[in-house]
Design a protein around this ligand. Sequence first.
Ligand code: NDP
Length: 479
Amino acid sequence: ATAQIGVTGLAVMGRNLARNLARNGFTVAVHNRSEARTRDLVDGFGDEGSFVPAYSAEDFVASLERPRRLVVMVKAGGPTDAVIEEFAPLLEEGDVIVDGGNAHFLDTRRREAELRERGIHFVGAGVSGGEEGALNGPSIMPGGSAESYRSLAPMLERIAARAPDGTACVSHVGPDGAGHFVKMVHNGIEYADMQLIAEAYQLLRSVAGYSPERIAETFRSWNTGRLDSYLIEITAEVLAHRDGATGEPFVDVVQDRAEQKGTGRWTVQTALDLGVPVPGIAEAVFARSLSGGAELREASRALPGPVPAPLGEEEAARFADRVEQALYASKLVSYTQGFLQIAAGSAEYGWDVDPGAVAALWRAGCIIRAAFLDRVRDAYAARPDLPSLLSDDAFAEEMGRAQEDWRHVVATAAAQGVPTPGFSAALAYYDALRAERLPAALVQGQRDYFGAHTYRRADREGVFHTLWAGDRSEERVDG
Ligand code: NDP
């Protein structure tokens, strides 16, 4: 046995992760179901470091030092189970299987429990950053036992992305499914961020009357401030790009139907199960689905509504500043929701996830990497019991400064007929949180009326029901 770690599944992610490990000085056993990928890796990149190719599961396992550490990087779902079933019987107590794929956290919980019974550590690790990240430094979100993390940490810390302060973007998130849960919410927040940026673009285009190039410039300038992030940076690149064939702005020649692979949907489904409102993420998922409904959109095109009338130059510049405020405020709201979902998952499954540490993990390597996350980390570090990000004094103050512009943008969008589900839902959430009274009291009355579902009073203890069909007297129904 000569390899310190092994990677099985050598499509783009596994190959790049194996190369990253080898480039960092580790001896890496490599294996893939079909032999060609293993051969291609060794032929193409063998000189980057020390690889031990294996063409059977037995040889692969035999090449690993004990305790064996093997990373599975195959298609999520059935294929991951198949690979685990292939390797687990060849392993011994104390060995560690890492699943770096995009598994659903409930699958990870199941697999971890089954393998724990067999004395094998199972680490469900969220890996973000795409193929480029896998090669040059991803953000890694490992779940599983603390013992397995200790055994992996020296390697993971070497291959992970580094935050601007030099710390590696990897830390033990929590037991069993915690890592994949946090990765799932990362992707949900990514959907929300992308939708909000897209809405900002649409407003600058339709209301400010800016060209894609001008909007690219606007985003570039925003990227030097508090919105500094990978997604804003690449948005500017995409907007500045012109189609080679037609010379038109790229964004004008692409079909306006957004696709999805499902992690945003998982985030929302899980949030519904946990009873945590994540409207920012949900609206982003719905907006993609709505964009894809070509027939419905075609059939609805003649519906009446305003046609946006672009503003004059000076007003447009002022409006663009307001959009920056609205984008920042809405982004802060969607991160607030994402972190509350992580807190709810952590409470439900007993994970004890540290939200500040999660923010720290996302500072580099992953798609939502942003300067802003330093501040999120600091907010939780200063007050670990922070009820939500919006309760942080500095963030609350920024919301105070942003809110007038934010309201103006949402009102303008409604008046001009520009759909901004992300901005609007974020503002509604913000106002619901700050409301003295919500109309939920009326909803309770309706529920009691048609279903005798009972209600609680604001002025005294107890559970009550009004005899709506009778004399409308009230009875106390508890004890
Ligand atoms: P794919 O998801 O396309 O999976 C292809 C790999 O899975 C190949 O190595 C393939 O082997 C193997 N495989 C499929 N079915 C089986 C099976 N039944 N038994 C054994 N091996 C099987 O590869 P990616 O590199 O794109 O992604 C790997 C994992 O990483 C996935 O879970 C993905 O969701 C996740 N991920 C991907 C990211 C990305 O940007 N692509 C980002 C972050 C995570 P063979 O060559 O023999 O067909």
